[in-house]
Design a protein around this ligand. Structure first.
Ligand SMILES: Cc1cc2nc3c(=O)[nH]c(=O)nc-3n(C[C@H](O)[C@H](O)[C@H](O)COP(=O)(O)OP(=O)(O)OC[C@H]3O[C@@H](n4cnc5c(N)ncnc54)[C@H](O)[C@@H]3O)c2cc1C
Length: 280
């Protein structure tokens, strides 16, 4: 594929404006272009007339023409080979793994950790001190409407983590040369987020859509053999010779405590779990 950048179009362009701009930049006939994929769309508001600015990846009907055009247009910084943005899982779970990895916390960090472990075949166990996102939504409304705080199910604790009840702004200023953020966006879209988050400059999922997205991601983890256990608070970590051996888990519903053997634990706690930080 060939990447074309800095394609500027008016705010409300004719339907064929983008294909025509692509053909013009590449110097090809309309029937030479097989597909135009919008990689990014942003706005340039510096002029009186607002402009849309596109970065696109173009597939040609004749793939053999791509290196020819890239060589011909080598001096044009707006025409480059499309980078490889495909995410590849870094490992596969070995057969007969004695202990499953444990993820503590089911906010964004824990969700993506568990999802990737599940996709790699590790069948993770997730322990989350709060409740499912539906129950948590009710508890959080209880705080907002009736000023009743459930210390274990609120804006900070529970499925989805902090920020679940926000509009889900998804942009940051981190550099991402390996396109790892794209994997995150693709997973969100797969789970029901608007597809435009893949290309708009300031993506956001939309208020309360996160609830369904989070549930769908949990369903994938479970379908891949993972488990998400709610109202399970980790109260201690057993360490022997510098190696994690297990966790002490308090069942918040029954008040009973149990031990869970584990040699790989990810603490995805966020920043509000003061009792856990004190324990650590
Ligand atoms: C109102 C609000 C709006 C926000 N809006 C945005 C936004 O639009 N865009 C954005 O990028 N960021 C937003 N943020 C920030 C974002 O939510 C956080 O950066 C993000 O949630 C951090 O993710 P995390 O997984 O590290 O931690 P958290 O989301 O805090 O998740 C940690 C999870 O661990 C669980 N946990 C903690 N201790 C234990 C324990 N001992 N045992 C078991 N489970 C435990 C908690 O219950 C929690 O569910 C917002 C935050 C808030 C509060």
């Amino acid at each position: 594929m060939i990447r074309l950048s800095e394609i500027k179009l008016p705010l409300d362009p004719p339907a064929d404006a983008l294909p025509r701009a692509v053909q013009g930049l590449l110097g090809v006939e309309p029937d030479a272009v097989a597909h135009i994929h919008v990689h990014k769309r942003s706005f340039d508001a510096r002029k009186v007339d607002l402009l849309q600015v596109y970065i696109v990846d173009v597939t040609l009907v004749d793939a053999g023409l791509e290196p020819v055009l890239l060589a011909k247009l080598a001096g044009n910084p707006r025409v480059t080979p499309s980078p490889d943005m495909v995410y590849r899982l870094p490992a596969r779970a070995p057969a007969g793994l004695p202990l499953r990895p444990v993820v503590v916390g089911f906010g964004p960090c824990g969700i993506f950790c568990a999802l990737l472990l599940a996709q790699m075949g590790f069948k993770p166990i997730v322990l989350e001190r709060g409740k499912t996102v539906r129950q948590r939504t009710r508890d959080t409304w209880g705080l907002w409407r009736k000023s009743v705080l459930d210390p274990e199910s609120n804006v900070q604790f529970g499925e989805g983590g902090a920020g679940t009840f926000s509009d889900g702004k998804l942009y940051s200023q981190i550099k991402d040369p390996r396109f790892l953020g794209r994997k995150v966006m693709e997973e969100f879209v797969k789970a029901g987020a608007p597809p435009e988050i893949l290309y708009v400059a300031h993506p956001h999922i939309g208020t309360f859509k996160l609830v369904k997205v989070v549930e769908t991601m949990r369903a994938e983890i479970v379908a891949l053999g993972g488990e998400v256990r709610f109202e399970q608070r980790v109260t201690d970590v057993e360490i022997e010779d510098g190696q994690v051996r297990g966790l002490t888990v308090l069942d918040q519903q029954t008040g009973t405590t149990s031990e869970l053997r584990a040699d790989h634990v990810v603490m995805a706690l966020g920043h509000s779990s003061r009792d856990t930080f004190a324990m650590l």
